[in-house]
Design a protein around this ligand. Structure first.
Ligand code: FNR
Length: 369
């Protein structure tokens, strides 16, 4: 279909499935084991209901916000997804260009298929980028990468903590890894690539499973970027992150690609916020909670924010949007979010992101099956 015929973010997924080579589709769409968690990521939002307020003069609604102190035109950032070139020859640059044009923040993946510098070189003045980190067994490589990112103007460091070992994504494992241009870059940046495995396993052998809380002070010593842990799932760990003086956490299960039957991020949100409230008033300007996984509608975004998140991350929906349509597809995905945000904010009676509050949703059935 032409881009005009794309009406919602699900449409991009259908197109990606139809046009992508089997290997790319397997890598992008797969989740671990029985793919229960990826299903739950969508289902959890469908168990949260709105409590819309009326007669609030919603003639003007505004969904812009700040994320880690940086302006963002959407309450949504582009989460790190590896190997963009499996989906489109311009890879992650499709996201960078679209994000620059529309004031959206992109998180650059360690395993990008464009080089880090290519992605940073493509920004327009004022454009904000974050970087996602897989911590290398060789800490010198990690230190150089982090310090280079900071020097190049990146505004936030997201350390992925839910992947000491990559999940078994069986669809992906059934595909044999064959080297390709995009993947070769990853190899240059990080480590030896092993043949004869699924894409995910092949590119991830450098990740250090010994990473622990003891490393956190070291990260704080090598960078002034705000540090966020990506892949937190419990109030216990949320409090530890807070007490270690970090800038925030992402409640995430890696798009269902890591621990299967882990709960969804939004399902963990309420108890995490409740725990953090024991440390001070919420929202807390010193510590932000983000959520990702399964977000396909502006209504999902608004539900997470109403429950205490400051913004949400989106992975697959943006990836799928560039597979057939490149940069324009990503721009269309932003447009869909804007259109849906405008309508939903009017219909629930929230004029700004700050007006979203827990009493605008009924999440009492969120844990029911
Ligand atoms: C990811 N994700 C991810 N996360 C990360 O920290 N480093 C990475 O390299 C990747 N790579 C990656 C590749 C692909 C194909 C997918 C689908 C996901 C996880 C990503 O940042 C995010 O947590 C999820 O994608 C969010 O779920 P949705 O939006 O895809 O449902």
């Amino acid at each position: 279909p032409s881009l005009d015929e794309i009406v919602n973010l699900h449409d991009f997924e259908a197109v990606a499935k139809a046009i992508l080579p089997a290997k790319a589709w397997a890598y992008y769409s797969s989740a671990s084991d029985d793919e229960i968690t990826i299903r739950e990521n969508r289902a959890a939002y469908q168990r949260i209901w709105f409590r819309p307020r009326i007669l609030r003069d919603v003639s003007v609604v505004n969904w812009s916000t700040t994320i880690l102190g940086q302006r963002s035109s959407l309450p949504v950032y582009i989460s790190a997804t590896a190997l963009g070139k499996l989906g489109h020859p311009d890879g992650e640059l499709n996201l960078t260009w679209a994000a620059g044009k529309h004031g959206v923040i992109q998180m650059i993946p360690t395993l990008a298929s464009c080089s880090f510098d290519e992605i940073v070189d493509a920004v327009v003045p004022g454009q904000v980028q974050f970087v996602q980190l897989y911590v290398n067994r060789d800490r010198e490589i990690t230190k150089r990468y982090v310090q280079h990112a900071e020097k190049r103007g990146v505004k936030g460091l997201f350390i992925t903590v839910d992947a000491p070992q990559l999940g078994r994504r069986e669809k992906d494992m059934r595909m044999k890894f064959v080297d390709e241009s995009g993947v070769a870059k990853v190899q240059e940046n990080q480590s030896g690539v092993k043949k004869d495995e699924g894409v995910a396993r092949a590119i991830s052998s450098f990740i250090d499973p010994s990473l622990s809380w003891k490393d956190i002070p070291w990260f704080k010593s090598i960078t002034n970027m705000p540090i966020v842990l990506k892949g937190v799932a419990t109030p216990e760990d949320a409090l530890m992150a807070y007490d270690y003086g970090l800038a925030g956490i992402v409640l995430s299960n890696h798009g269902g690609r890591q621990l299967d039957t882990a709960r969804s991020g939004v399902e963990n949100l309420m108890e995490v916020v409740a725990a953090l409230k024991t440390r001070g008033p919420w929202p807390n300007p010193k510590f932000e909670v983000f959520v990702d996984g399964g977000i396909r509608r502006a209504s999902d975004v608004l539900k997470a924010i109403a429950l205490g998140a400051s913004a949400v991350g989106v992975g697959r929906a943006f990836m799928y949007s560039f597979c057939a349509y490149g940069q324009e597809g990503v721009e269309k995905a932003f447009q869909i979010f804007r259109d849906e945000l405008e309508m939903n904010m009017r219909l629930i009676g929230a004029r700004t992101i700050d007006e979203l509050a827990p009493d605008m949703v009924d999440a009492s059935g969120i844990h029911s099956r």
